[in-house]
Design a protein around this ligand. Structure first.
Ligand code: SF4
Ligand code: SF4
Length: 454
């Protein structure tokens, strides 16, 4: 099965998650006021189950994947959850799926979906603890020699737990209700979404000037105290470059990325549709964002709902200006300082962008050092897949500590990041290791703006 599996494997970026059409129907119905009074034709048969509880729910690609698995274990050897002693092993997930199909298949062939042996893939074979330990970092999928996409199957099982059983870790339930009520993972009022810009003159899309770029702030950029500083620094760079841009202000709401990767597809789709309606209303064409998670979602996943934009991450934007000669970084604020870069999973593996951040860093006078695991092999910071908002599963250590230790081994003075969630985790790691006084964690945006004396 391995050779045909490679032949039929999907060619979309690793960061792309398949859309759930059944959910789209429901969400469109909910969001269309006219539909509330329309006669909805009754569906024939049992309603479709959301997500994967047992093997009959597994899509054919993931079923083929389970058959194609060579059990080589490369996926598990790079899995941050497994490396740090959690129960999760992506190899076991694929082998369990295959074993369960072997067990249940004959009964399904004989009795159809009515066959019930009082067992299930979730529960009998795979525990919830395994599923919630995944950071959706895609290291396993990147490493698999037969192009198996393990995170998509894990996500399908989370979707079942969240949407059919309302069984998510409590931290994630809080995130879901915050996004639903406040449009952000934290309990802030949507009206406060522009407070980060206090004292700055930031143009709004509602000014009606149809600018070249929408600067997408993202929930972390708007509300996280540390990352608000990065957002403000990036505004300085935009102004310095005289870029024609505007922000959505209070018209922006959470992208839905965290909700989606934590299994709440319904909430994700609602957020996506709301944002797309606003952005299409302004005829947005180009988007810049500092958040690689939103970069991935807006670039790869919003097109499923007619949200088609040219989306670039801030490191790509800076790289373009450096290459064009419009951005010159000649200050020596970091001369002689050792800088190591932590690749964000959703810029790197999910979208294959490893050069842009390095081009920008290389243009800053300083000494660059790479961590042992870098680029496509980079270890996740531990925040993805909703992990940042919940307690970690039991293990030997937390993922952010493992990654921080790796950064410290380089002897760096600065850990450069390019993602709000990586910044939280790496800063926590430095605090945990009592290194916050000696070593700084800075976003690439800050390194540029400080170097330029902005
Ligand atoms: S996506 Fe990352 S955390 Fe999840 S199973 Fe794969 S390697 Fe492990
Ligand atoms: S890397 Fe791929 S083939 Fe190897 S064990 Fe993991 S899923 Fe199976």
């Amino acid at each position: 099965m391995s050779v045909p599996n490679v032949y039929i494997s999907r060619l979309t970026p690793l960061g792309y998650v398949d859309n759930m059409e059944a959910i789209t129907k429901e969400v469109k119905l909910m969001m269309n006021p006219d539909a509330a009074f329309a006669d909805v034709p009754e569906e024939e048969g049992d309603p479709e189950r959301f997500g994967v509880k047992d093997v009959e729910d597994v899509n054919w690609i993931n079923y083929f994947n389970s058959l194609a698995c060579t059990e080589c274990g490369r996926c598990t050897s790079v899995c941050p959850a497994n490396i740090t002693g959690k129960l999760l092993s992506p190899r076991k997930i694929m082998m369990d799926t295959r074993a369960r199909m072997k067990e249940k298949g004959p009964g399904l062939v004989k009795d159809g979906n009515n066959f019930d042996d009082a067992k299930a893939l979730i529960g009998t074979y795979i525990t919830e603890e395994e599923l919630w330990a995944c950071t959706q970092c895609n290291a396993c999928a990147e490493e698999c020699p037969v192009n198996i996409n393990q995170p998509s199957l894990i996500l399908d099982m989370r979707r079942y737990l969240v949407m059919e059983e309302s069984k998510a870790p409590s931290g994630l339930n809080t995130v879901f209700s915050n996004i639903e009520n406040n449009g952000a993972p934290w309990q802030f009022s949507p009206e406060d979404r522009m407070l980060w810009a206090e004292g700055l003159d930031v143009p709004l899309m509602s000014d009606g000037k149809n600018p070249e770029y929408l600067f997408w702030i993202g929930s972390a950029g708007a509300f996280d105290d540390r990352y608000k500083k990065v957002t403000r620094e990036f505004i300085k760079i935009l102004n310095h470059l005289k870029v024609d841009y505007a922000v959505l202000g209070t018209e922006e709401t959470d992208s839905g990325d965290v909700a989606r990767r934590a299994g709440n597809e319904m909430l994700y789709q609602m957020q996506a549709m709301m944002n797309i309606e606003v952005m299409n209303g302004y005829e947005v064409k180009n988007i810049i964002t500092c958040d690689p998670h939103d970069f991935n979602t807006l670039k790869n996943e919003y097109p499923d709902f007619d949200g088609n934009y040219n989306v670039i991450h801030h490191t790509q934007f800076l790289q373009q200006h450096i290459s064009a000669g419009t951005l010159k970084i000649d200050g020596d604020a970091f001369a002689g300082k050792k800088i190591t870069f932590h690749d964000p999973c959703y810029l790197g593996r999910a979208n294959g962008e490893y050069d842009a951040p390095r081009t920008v860093l290389n243009s800053i006078p300083s000494v660059k050092v790479e961590m042992g695991r870098n680029k496509s092999f980079a270890l996740c910071c531990g925040a993805g897949g909703g992990q940042m908002f919940k307690e970690a599963e039991n293990g030997d250590k937390e993922v952010f500590i493992e990654r921080t230790e790796e950064a410290l081994k380089t002897g760096c003075d600065i850990i450069a990041t390019a993602c709000p969630f990586c910044m939280v985790m790496m800063t926590d790691g430095l605090k945990y290791k009592n290194k916050e006084e000696d070593i700084k964690n800075m976003d690439i945006v800050e390194l540029v703006s400080v170097s330029m004396g902005l």
